[in-house]
Design a protein around this ligand. Structure first.
Ligand SMILES: [Zn+2]
Ligand SMILES: [Zn+2]
Length: 348
């Protein structure tokens, strides 16, 4: 009898919710929106070097990974390294406010590293009512990429200023200031020193890696490259080596599938990419040679639909580097506190 009463009560409750489903939906949505608006993933990160992996994929379509992007947070500095498709919007969607973005650095001009730049520009501009252009710094050709974006977005910038007004979208903030730099120091402000060095991504040249140093903590980003002694040299004694990785053994499966289904041209592309990337085993060798504390693999090719494939992706790498090897995924957050040797991992 008591059970029947309970069932009746639950049925009545369900009917009430169904009857009021529009109002209930509106109320729940407003509550979620308020908590989301209050979220600031960069609030009180502590003093140290924070690395946010906004995009860990490649041009090979991957529903789980945006194209290349790494956010660097250190003291008052907020820098993006590369901005591939989907990455910056993913970062913002995880609660990272980009109004304080200082600059975007490019490793090279492949599309999967530059084609997501527009949201970085817009979110920084409207997030801070910026009146100055957003610096875009990288190898020769970067200024041309900036010009192209400025041309593409000229009408958009005018519309937004006209619509929201000068107080919110001021004239002059919705554009890039592109700068073709040379290897060496590209950023030096408030304790954050970023140095570019040449890597080997031929025929893509120049292509750079970056050494990022803040208060004694050092992370080195390989950029896209075949296995290169330049990376090991730049990473000597660093805390962290963030290296691109492609597993030929798994890519071969894609190549065979494409060839067997009559897609010969795409199959050939999957063969061509083998010679200008680094295998996880080679990245592990470089990490060992450099003596870093930890190796993080990113720019993961091919797509890995499940963690079950991580061992096949890593291959022999764990036996070649004694430290931890981590496969980055979108949303990975690493924090290297100042005055410590710790590397703390979390999720955005
Ligand atoms: Zn790439
Ligand atoms: Zn590339």
């Amino acid at each position: 009898m008591r059970r029947l009463g309970l069932i009746l009560l639950l049925l009545l409750l369900a009917a009430g919710l169904w009857w009021n489903r529009v109002a209930v939906g509106e109320r729940l949505y407003a509550r979620a929106a308020a908590s989301r608006a209050d979220r600031d993933a960069l609030r009180d990160p502590g003093d140290g070097l924070t690395l946010l992996f906004c995009g860990t994929g490649t041009p090979l379509p991957d529903p789980d990974r945006a194209e290349s992007c790494l956010a660097v947070l250190a003291g008052p500095n907020l820098i993006l390294i590369d901005a591939g498709d989907g990455a910056v919007r993913k970062l913002a969607g995880k609660g990272v406010r980009l109004g304080g973005l200082d600059a975007v650095l490019l490793t090279h001009l492949h599309s999967d590293h530059v084609e997501g730049l527009a949201p970085a520009l817009l979110l920084r501009w409207t997030g801070s009512a910026a009146r100055t252009p957003l610096p875009l710094i990288g190898p020769p050709g970067t200024a041309q990429v900036a010009q192209g974006y400025n041309l593409m977005l000229a009408a958009d910038a005018r519309y937004r200023t006209a619509h929201h007004g000068e107080a919110i979208a001021p004239t002059g903030g919705g554009v890039f200031a592109g700068r073709d730099a040379a290897p060496g120091v590209v950023w030096n402000a408030a304790g954050l020193l970023i140095t570019a060095f040449a890597v080997n991504h031929a025929p893509v040249a120049p292509a750079w890696g970056y050494r990022i140093a803040y208060k004694g903590r050092v992370a080195v980003v390989s950029g896209d490259t075949a296995a290169s002694a330049a990376v090991a040299q730049a990473a000597r004694g660093a805390d962290l080596l963030i290296h691109e990785a492609l597993q030929p053994g798994l890519v071969a499966g894609i190549t065979r599938g494409l060839a067997a289904s009559g897609q010969a041209r795409t199959a050939q592309i999957t063969r061509d990419i083998l010679n200008y990337h680094t295998t996880p085993e080679q990245a592990a060798d470089l990490a060992a040679r450099a003596g870093v504390r930890e190796l993080v693999l990113t720019h993961i090719a091919p797509p890995l639909p499940s963690r079950l494939f991580h061992p096949a992706f890593l291959g022999d790498a764990p036996s070649r580097f004694a430290g931890p090897i981590r496969l980055a995924d979108d949303g990975l957050r690493l924090f290297l506190p100042a005055g410590s040797t710790r590397i703390e991992a979390g999720k955005l």
